[in-house]
Write a protein that binds this ligand. Structure first.
Ligand SMILES: NC(=O)c1ccc[n+]([C@@H]2O[C@H](COP(=O)([O-])OP(=O)(O)OC[C@H]3O[C@@H](n4cnc5c(N)ncnc54)[C@H](OP(=O)(O)O)[C@@H]3O)[C@@H](O)[C@H]2O)c1
Length: 192
């Protein structure tokens, strides 16, 4: 982007109210995956994630991008990595959370769709860095307790309003799970 356009985009960024939404599925003990992949397959959950994230930039760690294996269509994959040489088709590599937020905001402005949400997409390291910036969380709570795995960062549930959206009973090998919309009671860190 040219310097003048970048300045203009920055001015727009400051005038506009963006907010970060954490999208996550976690077990009772906050385990989210085994380090390479998810630990469960829940019917409808991928569809829900698609609905929640379509048209938005996704901030994710390089390990999560590798586990998905490709850039997700209809969204921007902003991938955090410390490897200056890392490249993947359709992904934008960034070296810090601040850079990821800037890329995400610029992209939303360029899309001209009025979308203001930036999705914190995981995994564990990226949730830990980004959660203080999240105003809302779209969480799937899974009735499972895997003994090992990557964890979502510890958070104080009393600091969030938790609205149960839908609940599903266990069936065969599939654990029970529920969808929740959580909202911070106090302000999140500013994205500006
Ligand atoms: N259940 C869910 O909702 C959910 C969602 C997403 C992911 N997951 C799971 O989470 C697991 C992966 O999580 P993870 O914690 O191991 O890895 P991750 O957070 O996906 O990625 C970690 C990588 O991000 C980069 N990184 C981290 N902090 C950075 C920083 N400050 N600046 C620049 N780059 C930074 C580094 O990449 P480099 O090594 O390239 O430098 C690091 O190795 C997988 O099992 C995945 O399936 C679960």
């Amino acid at each position: 982007m040219k310097a003048s356009m970048k300045k203009q985009a920055t001015n727009f960024q400051m005038a506009r109210s963006f907010h970060m939404v954490c999208v996550v599925a976690m077990a009772k003990n906050r385990v989210i995956g085994d380090g390479n992949d998810l630990l469960w397959q829940l019917p409808g959950d991928l569809k829900r994630v698609k609905q929640l994230t379509m048209g938005c930039p996704l901030i994710m760690g390089r390990r999560t991008f590798d586990s998905i294996g490709r850039a997700l269509p209809g969204r921007l994959s902003v991938v955090m990595t410390r490897d200056k040489h890392w490249r993947a088709d359709g992904a934008v590599p960034v070296a810090s959370l601040a850079a990821a937020i800037d890329v995400a905001k610029d992209w939303l402005i360029e899309q001209k769709l009025g979308e203001n949400r930036i999705i914190l997409f995981g995994g564990g390291q990226i949730y830990k860095a980004g959660l203080p910036y999240c105003r809302t969380m779209e969480a799937t709570f899974v009735d499972a307790e895997p003994s090992v795995g990557v964890k979502f960062p510890a958070f104080n549930s009393r600091e969030w309003n938790d609205k149960l959206l839908q609940q599903f009973a266990a069936e065969g090998d599939m654990p029970g799970f529920s969808y929740h919309h959580l909202t911070r009671k106090r302000d999140a860190l500013s994205l500006n």
